[in-house]
Every structure is written in structure tokens, then in C-alpha cells.
Design a protein around this ligand. Sequence first.
Ligand SMILES: NC(=O)c1ccc[n+]([C@@H]2O[C@H](COP(=O)([O-])OP(=O)(O)OC[C@H]3O[C@@H](n4cnc5c(N)ncnc54)[C@H](O)[C@@H]3O)[C@@H](O)[C@H]2O)c1
Length: 292
Amino acid sequence: MDPFISKVAVVTGGSRGIGYNVAKELVARGARVVIGDILDKQGEAAIKEFNDRAGKKVAAYIHTDVTKYKDLLALFSLAEKIFGCVDIAVLNAGVTGMGAGGIFTPLDDEKDMSIHDINMGGVIKGNKVALLYMAKHGKGGAIVNTASMAGVTPANFIAAYAASKHAVVGWTRSLGHLKHVCNVRVNAVCPAVCATDINNYVDHQSTSDFLNSSPKVSMEIVVQTFIRCIEDSRLSGDILLALPDGTHIQPKYNPPASSVSKEFLDKLPQIRQDGNKFAKEALAQAIKDSKL
Ligand SMILES: NC(=O)c1ccc[n+]([C@@H]2O[C@H](COP(=O)([O-])OP(=O)(O)OC[C@H]3O[C@@H](n4cnc5c(N)ncnc54)[C@H](O)[C@@H]3O)[C@@H](O)[C@H]2O)c1
């Protein structure tokens, strides 16, 4: 039996592009999906298409601004209300940061932070809400965050975008231990350039030239990389690159020799064990406090 049958997934930024295609594949594999986005017309059209094809209710949509906890809570709550639980969360909404993507733009407090609120904040807030919904039933789950190749490489004219995606990579790598705390695995996908609408919204001709000239990854490879993150129980805190020639798993970070000592390495297993014990207690308290 396909492991996705009877699973419930939440997908942000699923009204179009990568999120839409991931949602479509999840439904095709037997999962039920709730999409949260700010593009309501496209989101409603997407779920109508999924429900019509299935001949039953397999998808729902709710207006969700990923920068707002209130909206994220409503999104996960809807999934639980209609389909019973949340097993998979894809935190995918993102923007390039038009008008505030690089270092030469006006000194504007709000505009400069808006890209980080969406790309980084949407992932961090979305992961915190997802964790509560997954852990409260004690079943665990799989969280997949959308980063970018710009999360592991420089990107001169969209430096703010690169910073926000590096943050998604750092955040995801730092959550690998949750597998041992509550059986929730958090991983991230870094797509290379993929032909979607997002690439039409850039400030600088050099960025357009870069994107247009870059080898493209197919949508199929991008989607399969998300599926791999969900299916492969060995992955936790991992970063998967979706490249034109397929999926590549980034090697785990190895600290430089001088930053660790034998004494430190000897103590590390105990520090990790104590850390996981603390995390279990903190999570139990967070679930209690959330009143979900
Ligand atoms: N297409 C690429 O080349 C590429 C490469 C690497 C990473 N990515 C990342 O993939 C993700 C999906 O992008 P895409 O290529 O499908 O582009 P897209 O523009 O088609 O999709 C992005 C979606 O996010 C939604 N969104 C934007 N702000 C939101 C908000 N505040 N709240 C809720 N939803 C919001 C949009 O409405 C849209 O539906 C993004 O995180 C993007 O950074 C894309």
C-alpha cells in the first residue's frame, strides 16, 4: 500500500508553481491536502481540480498569510477538522523580494524585512505550528521546508533572498534531533532554477539573465525530491538539492577539527541525550500551553 494513502498534508504556497505540483502529487498518491496561500482564486481552482478528479473531497483551501500565526493556526486546524489530523507539512510559500532583494535598495524598515517575514518567518512559524499539531497525537510526521540553491550558494543581486533561504537551511539542519524527540522529521529541498512564475518577479536584468541562462530542473525532479523527504525515514535535518540531473543529498556538516576536542566529543552523546530529554519536556509543555 502506498505510504501516502490516508495521510493528511498541509501545503503553503500551494496555489501555483512548486507547491501546487507537490499538492497534486500527494493527492495522486492517495493523501488528502489542505492548501494555504494568498492567491485565493488559484487555490480554490486547484482544490476543485483535485476534488473533481478524485470524485470525492480530498482537498481544501483556506486563505493563509504565512507571516501570521493566526492564519497558520487556522490552516492546520482546518486540516484536522476536515481530515482528522496532520501527518505532512510542506512549508513552501516564498517570494524573491521585489524592490528589496539586494543591497542597493532604499532603506525601508518594512520592505527590507518583508522577504524575511515570508521566506524565513513563514517556515519558522509554520514549523512551530506543524510540530504542535503532529506531536500532540504522538504519531509524529514529516515536515518539508522549501529553501533554494540560493540557500547554499551566493546570489549577488538577490542577496536578501539568499539570506532568507540560508536561514531556512540553518533552521532545518538544527531540527534533525526532533526525530528522536517526537518522531517528526524536518528536511528541506533546495531547487535549482525551475520554470515558475516566481522568476518573473526580479529587480535586476542581471538576475533575469542569470535565471534565463541557468540550466533548469524539471518540475518532476523537484516534486520527487519533496516526496523523497517525506518517504525516506533516514532523512532528518537533511538538505536535498533538486538539480537538473536529479536529487542530491547534501553531506552532513563536519566541524573543523580545531573546533572540537576529544574531551568534547566524549561528552557529546550525554549532552545530546540530556538535550533530547529537555526537548521532550519543553514540547509537552508547549503542547499544553497551546491548548490545541
Ligand atoms: N522556481 C524556482 O526557480 C525556485 C528555485 C528555488 C526555490 N524556489 C522556492 O520554491 C517556493 C515556491 O516557489 P515557486 O517557484 O513555485 O513560485 P510561485 O511564485 O509560483 O509560488 C509561490 C507561492 O507562494 C505564495 N505566497 C507568497 N507569499 C505568501 C504569503 N505571505 N503567504 C502565503 N503564500 C504566499 C504565492 O502566492 C505563490 O502561490 C518558494 O519558496 C521559492 O523561493 C523556487
